[in-house]
Design a protein around this ligand. Structure first.
Ligand SMILES: [Mg+2]
Length: 177
């Protein structure tokens, strides 16, 4: 990594599915007729009320999304901790974070330089990709961006720029479709 290294982040297991269901799925649970939830893998059915498989799958899917979101928050928190323990926030202005991200992206390219794609060392790719992602997260954090929100918004825009009926199977830029 160029300049200041970032820690490898390892998130602990997510919270219980019960918490997940209470925080994210209150409405869905009511609609599905569930009276209580005992976990993503164990949904209690009460009385004659049976949960539709689709609703059950939706609950499990949402629980997984919530867990992933919390794991990502823990990654960001660990990056902040690594930075702050070293008093490096003073160097982490948006301009320098963007530059560092770009330099790390170049180091990622270096893993592929002068060789066939399959000849790149996966360990080198993994390390440089981790650096790129770490700086992307720090830059996003500097602006208080909601990572999930900004990516989903960008996908929405790209779906408009690259409608399936025009973009399917072609690598052309949207201006050439
Ligand atoms: Mg690097």
């Amino acid at each position: 990594m160029t300049g200041r290294p970032m820690p490898g982040a390892r998130a602990p297991p997510g919270p219980s599915a019960t918490i997940c269901a209470k925080t994210r799925l209150g409405g869905d649970l009511q609609k599905s007729g569930l009276d209580s939830v005992v976990g993503c893998t164990g949904i209690r059915r009460l009385g004659q009320s049976r949960v539709q498989p689709a609703a059950e799958q939706a609950i499990i899917h949402s629980c997984n999304l919530t867990r992933e979101r919390q794991e990502m928050d823990q990654v960001i928190q660990r990056l902040r901790q690594f930075r702050d323990e070293r008093n490096w926030q003073q160097f982490h202005n948006p301009k320098d974070l963007a530059m560092a991200l770009n330099i790390e992206a170049s180091e990622l390219l270096e893993a592929f330089l002068w060789k066939a794609p399959e000849a790149a060392d996966p360990e080198k790719v993994k390390e440089e990709l981790a650096d790129v992602l770490a700086y992307a997260l720090l830059l996003s954090d500097a602006y208080n961006f909601d990572i999930e929100k900004i990516i989903l918004e960008k996908i929405d825009k790209n779906e408009e720029k690259y409608p399936v009926h025009k973009a399917k199977g072609t690598a052309k830029k949207y201006t050439e479709l």
